[in-house]
Write a protein that binds this ligand. Structure first.
Ligand SMILES: [Zn+2]
Length: 352
């Protein structure tokens, strides 16, 4: 209902010419819209998680809107420099993709490159090297695929339970237990992979097919190298998709990630994105110490010259957003309307 009202309001603002005034305003020119994406479906992932996965068709529609709206799509580094010099062009936008999913290589980049837009890929490198489905995330997907079933959960949660997977809440609850049990047992990456394969077998999902389709896999190092060679800006997202509160461990995450990206692309990344959008004030001096020039969050908003470079907000696009709402973000008129709180920020939280 709110969504409908909002869309009606946006249409009225557009036909009254207010959107056009905002999009060409000095206010908008001083702001950068950093768009954030995660996965673009290899198969049916957007039906499972429409806030983190988008269909290729919807992404193509977004790229067409960027072009039609005459947005200036800038590379991240240039956009940030110009933001702080107060030298942005009209309707400045930057494209960022988190995690480094294989679907970026197979689905997103072919579409983006048709439009010639620059794009940043924040790459978490552990699951590039260990190229199997990302455990915490694939378990969620498997439970959804098996939603018509009842799971005999002992093997996966360490206690007797018979879980009907029809309801979202039941799947969420058992997912937490599956992750906690694997963490408590301190499973290695390959042990977790074996457990995910066993879960797939229990739920009647063909795990080999997921492997073949590269569903919920990261890009391989060879794919990341190829992307970098074709102009994709590969940047930091930690090695293991986590931000420990201990300084040494935090810096190790950055260094391991930087070293791998450097080995893969031959370039030295200096921009960072907080995994799962999680940040703490104590990270800021550590990031400066590590030579990081910018860091993006999952806080929703435009970046302005008043934003801290190490806490830049973004706009998380999603599969269910109507084109008129997306357009309202490109113009800036969206800020005039009430918003719901940010959707769930994380795909997985701790993933390894
Ligand atoms: Zn991430």
């Amino acid at each position: 209902m709110l969504k409908k009202l909002k869309q009606t309001a946006l249409r009225s603002l557009k036909s009254a010419g207010v959107s056009a005034l905002v999009q060409d305003s000095r206010w908008r020119r001083q702001r950068l819209l950093i768009l954030a994406y995660h996965g673009i479906s290899m198969f049916d992932e957007h039906e499972w998680n429409g806030s983190q996965y988008m269909s290729p068709e919807v992404l193509r529609g977004r790229m067409q809107q960027l072009k039609r709206s005459r947005c200036a799509v800038l590379p991240l580094g240039e956009a940030i420099e110009r933001l702080y010099r107060n030298d942005l062009p009209d309707r400045a936008v930057t494209l960022t993709f988190d995690d480094g999913w294989a679907d970026f290589y197979h689905r997103a980049f072919p579409i983006i490159s048709e439009f010639g837009f620059p794009v940043t890929l924040y790459l978490t490198t552990f699951y590039s090297d260990y190229n199997r489905p990302v455990f915490d995330v694939v378990c969620s997907y498997l439970l959804w695929r098996g939603r018509a079933r009842t799971l005999q959960a002992r093997e996966f949660i360490g206690e007797e339970a018979s879980v009907n997977l029809t309801a979202n809440d039941a799947r969420e609850a058992v997912l937490r237990k599956i992750r906690d049990f694997a963490a408590k047992q301190n499973l290695s990456a390959s042990e977790k992979d074996a457990r995910a394969a066993a879960l797939a077998a229990h739920l009647g999902v063909d795990y080999d097919e997921l492997l073949q389709r590269r569903v919920i896999h990261n890009v391989t190092p060879a794919e990341a190298k190829d992307l970098s060679g074709r102009g994709v800006d590969v940047q930091l997202h930690t090695h293991r998709h986590r931000t420990p509160l201990d300084r040494e461990l935090f810096l190790r995450e950055i260094e391991d990630n930087r070293r791998r990206i450097n080995e893969i692309t031959g370039k030295n990344p200096t921009h960072f994105c907080y995994p799962s959008g999680v940040y703490d004030p104590k990270f800021l001096p550590w990031l400066s110490e590590a030579g990081i020039k910018s860091a993006t969050t999952c806080e929703v908003g435009f970046a302005s010259p008043a934003s801290l470079p190490l806490l830049l907000p973004r706009f998380l696009d999603n599969n269910t957003m109507a084109p008129i709402e997306f357009e309202a973000w490109l113009t800036g008129i969206s800020l005039a309307l009430p918003r719901r709180p940010s959707p769930a920020r994380t795909l997985a939280g701790e993933r390894i």
